[in-house]
Design a protein around this ligand. Structure first.
Ligand SMILES: [Zn+2]
Length: 748
């Protein structure tokens, strides 16, 4: 009780003293700690104020039965699908929207039209190709029919979207089935940087197919947006509905196929020997077992079968479907034991060009990803996770992803290539969780999957290092210091994280690195791992197999931790400020007593090197400045106080009081990590929460009482807060730091 009275007194006194200053400063108040309030959507029965799905939460479902034929002679896909669409919404639907993503490559696509371009006196073939387009390639879906009960349905295609008009509305709670038949020419993704497509190996005449967005897919109909029918322009990725898939993939009979889902007819497509290896892999927990060997793949490359084989797969509760197919594939697999007892298979498909790197690292990286992500989010719920080798891309789909990392022709590779490959595999396999299971809308928000995924990727890289490496893993995105050049860089090139996918500048920094770093700082510095991990896991559990929005994440992180994070979301996600704390001044005091001899000083004139307004002071001085202790009695409002003056005096006696002046030069409010080095060489780290800036967002002073004399103070010594300019973090100031400050001030 005594303590709280003391606090009240201190508060009132401080308020009185600073009220005048504050009046002046409030014109600069930017409300950095104001609650997000109306910036977030109003909670309702579908999405609660705590960030959880509401009691009337609903989502649609779309099941697919597909028969797909891959023509290796003409490099095309022909398909027929029956979609059963379940209207679980409370609304009656007059029409359905279907996504035709391949139309981004159709000749009448808007995408090349909206790309900016400019002329130069020299243009590379690549630049000219971008200007004139691929004249030889006729892309886009050729829709052959859309039928229900054998009857043609009325439909309209608007670029990448197809509206199917219904004779009668599809009522709430009802479902309907319809069939679409189509074909399209597979793009050469080595030319157009497609997420999906083919790679041709001219020396042997073989193709390697990594195929996705290959079928008309249901658009999402959702409580907060209605139909998500924003056009696919190429960058903002996908919004998709969960459903069950039964897929038959017909390919040349010498092809090996990997796909979303469980293979239903392994015995029909594998040799007896391969079947045995497959069974062996299911019990191999330490390292992968090779199911199709390099020798078998090399043999298959030399001839071309004329017959076909059909690979049959089933997948439950997935939001999309993809596959890979080639006669070039080597295939390995191992089992992964998860906490909940399930044992999914980690698998890799790669041509000989991927070895020896791929047989050594791909499946190991997949397995580590499943383990770490399961720990921080939810146990991996699918039966398999596949990593497929590609020359140049990283792209994710449910249970399967396409990853780069190809050694030189002689099989040699640099450390950089190895780490690039491991990182992309962790990243793309990690996408199974964000957004394949925690199914956010990528077309609106790139950061919701890329940022969260890149954050857990960073945690996985650390665990991989622990388990497999004897050196520090070179993580690119996650460490706070790595984001500094972006955040403090050219203002015109920085946009808030909360920016729609198509308008983002510096895509990788904005949507991957910054949110990942923000979450890392939130975990390590703002909340601490214990509170953060529980809240982050709660978000994953609440929204697994559902459709979360940004507000659901923001709210859940607070709801499960009791940490007010509105300032953090406001600053890091809605703003473009950066962190730069300037330790502008330090003053050292001791209480004047007879014993310490300070009483003999003339208070006004004494204190070596001490100046109340001195921002340019270099060091602590050789002696502290004295302050006079004055007994106090009185009352504040209805609080009668009787402070024990003598006791307070005893506590303060002989102590060192350091008054720090901190300036927020970057604008982003932040916790302040203070490292104290004492005269005896010992070091102490102290954390001041970000709320220190709540009354003044630009400049604060704070007094610390220390037993020992301080020789050095460093703000954020381990670079945990993404502080942009660290030269102004040190006291006493080094000569160098000072010069830098002058230079920067001059520049401002
Ligand atoms: Zn990604």
């Amino acid at each position: 009780m005594k303590n709280s009275i003391l606090l009240i007194v201190a508060f009132l006194v401080t308020t009185v003293i600073t009220a005048q200053d504050q009046k002046q400063k409030d014109t600069e108040w930017e409300q950095k700690f104001e609650q997000l309030g109306t910036m977030l959507p109003t909670p309702n029965v579908y999405r609660t104020a705590s960030g959880a799905p509401g009691h009337q939460y609903w989502q649609q479902k779309a099941d697919y039965k597909m028969k797909i034929t891959l023509d290796d002679n003409n490099q095309s896909i022909t398909g027929s699908e029956t979609i059963t669409y379940y209207n679980n919404s409370p609304d009656n639907l007059e029409y359905l929207w279907v996504q035709l993503d391949q139309n981004v490559r159709a000749r009448d696509s808007d995408s090349p039209l909206i790309d900016q371009s400019s002329m130069n006196d020299t243009l590379s073939a690549f630049s000219v190709f971008n200007l004139v387009g691929d004249q030889d390639y006729d892309g886009g879906f050729k829709i052959k029919s859309v039928k229900s009960d054998g009857k043609d349905m009325s439909y309209t295609i608007n670029k990448t979207m197809m509206r199917i008009d219904l004779a009668q509305p599809l009522k709430s709670g009802e479902n309907m089935s319809f069939n679409i038949s189509w074909m399209y020419n597979i793009n050469n993704r080595m030319n157009d940087f497609g997420r999906s497509g083919l790679e041709y190996f001219p020396e042997e005449g073989n193709y390697l197919y990594t195929i996705a967005q290959f079928f008309p897919r249901m658009a999402v109909y959702i409580d907060n947006e209605g139909w998500q029918n924003k056009q696919f322009l190429g960058r903002g990725e996908f919004a998709l509905t969960f459903g069950d898939y039964e897929v038959e993939l017909t390919v040349p009979e010498d092809f090996v196929v990997g796909a979303t889902g469980t293979l239903q007819n392994a015995k029909e497509v594998l040799t007896d020997e391969q079947m045995q290896r497959f069974e062996q892999a299911k019990k191999s927990y330490e390292k992968p077992v090779i199911i199709v060997t390099e020798k078998e793949a090399r043999k298959a490359e030399k001839t071309k079968a004329t017959g076909t084989k059909t690979w049959k797969f089933k997948a439950e509760n997935v939001r999309d479907y993809a596959f890979c197919a080639s006669r070039k594939f080597i295939w390995d697999a191992m089992a992964v034991k998860l906490e909940n007892g399930s044992e999914p298979l980690a698998m890799s498909y790669y041509p000989k060009e991927g070895n020896p790197l791929w047989e050594e690292w791909s499946t190991i990286a997949v397995a580590q990803t499943l383990k770490t992500y399961s720990k921080f989010t939810i146990d991996y719920p699918y039966p398999i996770a596949i990593s497929v080798h590609t020359a140049s891309i990283g792209m994710e789909y449910p249970m399967i992803c396409f990853n780069y990392g190809r050694p030189d022709a002689d099989g040699s590779y640099t450390d950089q290539k190895k780490h690039g490959m491991i990182s992309v595999i962790i990243h793309e396999v990690g996408h199974n969780f964000f957004p394949m299971i925690i199914n956010s809308d990528e077309r609106q928000w790139t950061w919701m999957d890329e940022g969260l995924n890149t954050f857990v990727q960073y945690l996985t890289e650390q665990e991989l290092e622990e388990n497999y490496l004897d050196y520090e893993y070179p993580s690119r995105r996650g460490p706070a210091a790595n984001i500094v050049p972006y955040m403090s860089g050219e203002r015109g090139l920085v946009r808030p994280i909360m920016t729609n996918s198509e308008q983002i500048r510096q895509f990788g920094n904005n949507a991957y690195a910054k949110p990942a770093t923000a979450l890392n700082i939130l975990r390590e510095t703002v909340m601490g791992p214990e509170l953060f991990d529980k809240a982050f896991k709660t978000y994953a559990q609440r929204w697994a197999f559902k459709h979360p929005t940004p507000a659901d994440l923001f709210r859940t992180m607070e709801d499960a931790s009791a940490v007010d994070l509105d300032w953090f979301w406001r600053g890091w996600f809605y703003g473009t400020d950066y962190v730069d704390v300037d330790l502008a001044n330090v003053r050292w005091f001791q209480m004047q007593t007879e014993e310490n001899g300070l009483e003999t000083r003339n208070i006004k004139g004494a204190g070596q090197g001490i100046d109340t307004k001195n921002d340019g002071k270099k060091d602590f001085g050789s002696n502290p400045q004295p302050f006079v202790f004055k007994d106090w009695t009185g009352s504040v409002g209805e609080f009668q106080t009787s402070l024990n003056n003598e006791k307070i005096k005893q506590v303060a006696q002989g102590k060192n009081f350091y008054e720090l002046t901190l300036k927020n030069k970057g604008g982003l409010v932040t916790p302040v990590l203070i490292q104290w080095t004492y005269a005896d060489g010992s070091v102490e780290l102290e954390k001041i929460p970000a709320e220190i800036w709540k009354m003044d967002e630009k400049e604060v002073t704070k007094v610390f009482m220390k037993d020992k004399e301080v020789t050095k103070i460093v703000i954020d010594p381990d670079q945990k807060t993404a502080d942009a300019y660290t030269d102004n973090n040190v006291f006493p100031r080094s000569e160098e730091g000072d010069r830098f400050e002058q230079f920067k001030d001059g520049k401002d």
